[in-house]
Each structure stands twice: as structure tokens, then as C-alpha cells.
Design a protein around this ligand. Structure first.
Ligand SMILES: Cc1cc2nc3c(=O)[nH]c(=O)nc-3n(C[C@H](O)[C@H](O)[C@H](O)COP(=O)(O)OP(=O)(O)OC[C@H]3O[C@@H](n4cnc5c(N)ncnc54)[C@H](O)[C@@H]3O)c2cc1C
Length: 442
């Protein structure tokens, strides 16, 4: 089971028409709904389960510029600015705070690549620096084996995933959006190459614009519209601890573990270098597209054949829009966590930081990351269907960039000046021969 998420009640009536229907109530769908509603549009957000039930409540909570793909520099800089003003904007707490984030560099290769990254980021107005061992130790008192060097981004921070998207959804509602939970969108109706309606389990909503922010389901949703989005899932695991007194404030990624302090005094902890990739029918379909990413992340990915293959095989079939859909059958995608990776991460952390010795594991969970071949999101109109906008494929780092992405969605829908250049996020990059490659990975 996933973590407890602040509940968001559903509005009761499903409107017959809207300016925009947003599919998905994660951080991307809720921020999109907020910025669209603030601009005076009639917005309906449909979430098949509960708000932030999937990735957006299960993540580490890192809002980081550090080690980002340069194609995301402008958007993450803007996103951090939006996070800083979010609580005041929405009159509620998202738990955002600036803590700084460290990435340990224990090999000369990693140190050199981080140093190059720091130079490139500086050109985009992102201030980060390389720390020596002594400087890294100063940021993390109590570390008995500080790394040789580290990448440090003091202006990075974290928000609380179990409350941020719910708080933003409530704010979108106050701005005029209708929020429907337990309300799957079964499909998008088109006519003459344009969006005409979103068909939900509670009824049809006539609209000229649908924003698909369906996380790991987006490939499935687009497939029914004849759009072959290359997207695969990666299973990532997390545990949370009981409160730890005087624990480190900045977040740290190292090879064996990653952690960040939570608002409740406990820590969110993960294994720094293992993620599981279930082999599914789409793995074969997209194996060439994902080959560069697989090569880049090979040391950290574990390919696994199991029941997920048959689940996705069964889910792939098309269903009539007046029949219950797979989205209703799976209200919340809740994979079983790989606890052995988590236990080894926790043990490594306790050995290195004695302050964690008395901490208990309170809960663990997993989530499916929606990955694209270049590990850069798609935030884009769809050329073949007028009125369809997609925001997906955040490849394991969409929470921090979420408010920037939601703002960009609203810009694309309303034709406003985009908050960041959307060129590198266009969907067509996968079909126009560009064959974009990953630069920073998951
Ligand atoms: C373990 C883990 C750790 C991570 N750590 C970080 C981190 O530290 N920092 C960071 O920036 N990112 C992190 N990420 C990634 C981040 O969580 C995601 O990129 C981000 O939450 C994606 O948001 P989303 O709104 O696109 O997707 P989601 O949060 O997955 O939301 C999509 C929603 O769409 C709904 N939906 C799907 N289909 C339909 C339908 N047909 N009708 C109605 N609703 C539908 C789903 O139920 C779901 O709630 C992590 C991810 C995981 C799994």
C-alpha cells in the first residue's frame, strides 16, 4: 500500500461541458488545472483514483536542479521559483522548503562529469558547486565516511509529496475547477481531427481541449487515439522511518542510499542505485528507442520478467467507451516494493550515519516511473489531434519540475508566452527522425 495522502473529496456533479478536461490528478494534472483555472477557463480534472495516488505521493520529494538534463534547465529554474511562492499563492502548505541537495562523487569519472555539469548549469543561471571532502562533511555533520567530493546545489529543496498535489487540487477548485475523483476518463472522442469530448465513467464532457497528464497510463490512453508514445515503466522503491533527532537537513544521493528529511521528522530513504524494469510487451516494441537509456543506466537497472507482462498484455485491448475501462479496474497502481533493496540501503545508511541507529522502518512502498527514451518529459500539443495536449514521461524527476510543467501546459492551452521553450519537450521528436538521447538519465 502507498503512503497516506491528504484526502481530497470529489465534487458531486459531472459537468456536461468544459473548456478543458485534465486527465490525471498527480502533480502535473493538479498544477495544470490550477494555472488554467486561474486564467478563467472552465476546467474539469478527472482522476480515476484519489488525488496523488500514484507517483506524485510516492516520490522522494526532491525539488532539484542538481544533475538535471540541460534541456530542462529553464523549466526547473522557473519551477523552483513557483515552488517558493506556492504556499502563499494557494494559501495552503505544500511542505516546500529549501534544504540544499548533495550528489556524492566517489569516482574521478563522476567528479569530472559533475564538474562539467556545474559549468554548464552556470551558463543557464543555475548556481551549483563542487565540494571537497571537508566541505561535504560540513554540510552533513555525523557522516562517518564523507564522499571524496560532491555536487552541491544550495538552492534545491523538497516538498511533501503526500500533501502538495492535494493542496494544489483544492486551490484549483477554489479558483473554479471541478475536481472529480474515482472518475476515470475512458477515452477521448474526436471528430474531424479535433477533440470533441472526454468520455468518463460518470458521463460525457463536451470540450475542445483535453490535457492528458496520466503518468504511467499515458501511453495506454494515447494508443487508443492512434498515437504511439514510447513510454516504459520503471519500478522504484522507497521506505520511511520513524523520527530521527538531529539528523542531516540537506538531502543526499550516494551510491548505496539516498535520503531526505521529512516534515514529520522521519526520513524518506531509497536505494541509490537499483531500479527494476519489468519486461512487458512494450519492452520489445520500444527496445531500439530505449537502447541508449538502457546502456546509460545499465548498472542500476534490473530487468525482470514476471506477472506484469501478462497484466499489460491483457490491458492492451481496446474497449468501447460505454464499457468499464482498465482505468476503473486499477484505481491506484500500487506495485509491491522490493524490500531487499530497501533493507540493504537502510543498513548502509545506518553504518555510515550513526544518528540513524535507533530509527525504525515504518513503511515501504513502490511506484512506477513513466520513462521516455531520452528521460525528458513530453509537454506538447499533439499535431494529429487538435486540442489534445500531453504532459507525461517525467522519467523519475517530475515532482520538482511539476509546477513549471503545469504552467507550461496552461501556456500551451491558452497560447500565452511559454514559461520555457517547449521545443525539447515536443512529442514529435520521437517520430521526426531526431532520435533524442538521454543526457542525465532517471
Ligand atoms: C519512487 C519514486 C521516487 C521519485 N522521486 C522523485 C523526486 O524525488 N523528485 C522528483 O522530481 N520526481 C520524483 N519522482 C518522479 C515523480 O514522482 C513523477 O515524475 C511525478 O509525480 C509525475 O507526476 P504525474 O502527475 O505526471 O503522474 P502521477 O503522479 O503518476 O499521476 C498520474 C495520475 O493520472 C491518473 N490517471 C491515469 N489514467 C487516468 C484516466 N484514464 N482517467 C483518470 N485518471 C487517470 C492516475 O491515477 C494518476 O493519479 C519519483 C517517482 C517515484 C516512483
Amino acid at each position: 500500500m502507498g503512503p497516506h495522502v491528504v484526502p481530497v473529496a470529489s465534487d458531486l456533479a459531472c459537468p456536461a461541458a468544459a473548456d478543458v478536461v485534465v486527465v490525471g490528478g498527480g502533480i502535473i494534472g493538479t498544477t495544470s488545472a490550477l494555472y488554467l483555472a486561474e486564467r478563467g477557463l472552465k476546467v474539469v480534472l478527472c482522476e480515476k483514483g484519489h488525488i496523488a495516488g500514484e507517483q506524485s505521493s510516492r516520490n522522494w520529494g526532491w525539488c532539484r536542479q542538481a544533475k538535471r538534463d540541460p534541456r530542462e534547465f529553464d523549466l526547473i529554474r522557473e519551477a523552483l521559483g513557483l515552488w517558493r511562492g506556492m504556499d502563499a499563492r494557494i494559501g495552503a502548505a505544500t511542505g516546500f522548503t529549501t534544504t540544499g541537495i548533495l550528489f556524492a562523487a566517489n569516482t574521478p569519472e563522476r567528479e569530472a562529469s559533475f564538474a562539467d555539469w556545474v559549468k554548464e548549469a552556470a551558463g543557464a543561471g543555475i548556481h551549483a558547486q563542487m565540494l571537497s571532502k571537508a566541505e561535504a562533511a560540513k554540510q552533513l555533520p555525523g557522516d562517518t565516511a564523507p564522499s571524496k567530493a560532491a555536487l552541491w546545489c544550495a538552492s534545491d529543496g523538497r516538498a511533501e509529496p503526500q500533501k502538495a498535489a492535494p493542496a494544489i487540487a483544492e486551490a484549483a477548485r477554489r479558483a473554479g475547477a471541478v475536481i472529480l475523483t474515482d472518475c476515470a476518463v475512458r477515452g477521448v472522442e474526436t471528430g474531424g481531427g479535433k477533440v470533441v469530448a472526454a468520455v468518463t465513467e460518470r458521463g460525457r464532457i463536451a470540450t475542445s481541449t483535453v490535457v492528458v497528464a496520466g503518468g504511467a497510463w499515458t501511453r495506454r490512453i494515447l494508443k487508443d487515439l492512434g498515437i504511439d508514445l514510447p513510454q516504459l515503466k520503471v519500478r522504484a522503491n522507497v521506505l520511511r522511518t520513524s523520527p530521527v533527532e538531529n539528523g542531516p537537513i540537506p538531502a543526499l544521493w550516494d551510491h548505496d542510499f539516498a535520503f531526505r528529511r521529512r516534515e514529520d521528522g522521519g526520513y524518506t530513504i531509497a536505494n541509490g542505485h537499483v531500479n527494476v524494469v519489468p519486461i512487458v510487451p512494450d519492452s520489445f516494441r520500444f527496445c531500439l528507442d530505449f537502447l541508449p537509456a538502457l546502456r546509460m543506466e545499465f548498472a542500476s537497472l534490473r530487468l525482470r520478467f514476471g506477472p506484469r507482462f501478462f497484466t499489460e498484455w491483457q490491458e492492451a485491448g481496446r474497449r468501447a467507451l460505454d464499457e468499464p475501462s482498465v482505468y476503473e479496474a486499477v484505481r491506484v497502481l500500487d506495485p509491491t516494493p522490493d524490500t531487499s533493496y530497501l533493507r540493504s540501503a537502510f543498513a548502509a545508511l545506518q553504518r555510515r550515519f550513526p544518528v540513524f541507529a535507533g530509527a525504525r522502518i515504518v513503511q515501504s512502498w513502490a511506484g512506477f516511473i513513466d520513462a521516455t527514451p531520452d528521460a525528458v518529459p513530453v509537454i506538447s500539443p499533439v499535431d494529429s489531434v487538435s486540442g489534445l495536449v500531453v504532459a507525461t514521461g517525467f522519467s523519475g524527476h517530475g515532482f520538482g519540475i511539476g509546477p513549471g510543467a503545469g504552467h507550461l501546459v496552461a501556456d500551451l492551452v491558452t497560447g500565452a508566452r511559454p514559461i520555457a521553450d517547449p521545443k525539447d519537450f515536443r512529442l514529435s521528436r520521437f517520430f521526426d527522425g531526431s532520435r533524442p538521447r538521454p543526457m542525465a538519465g532517471l
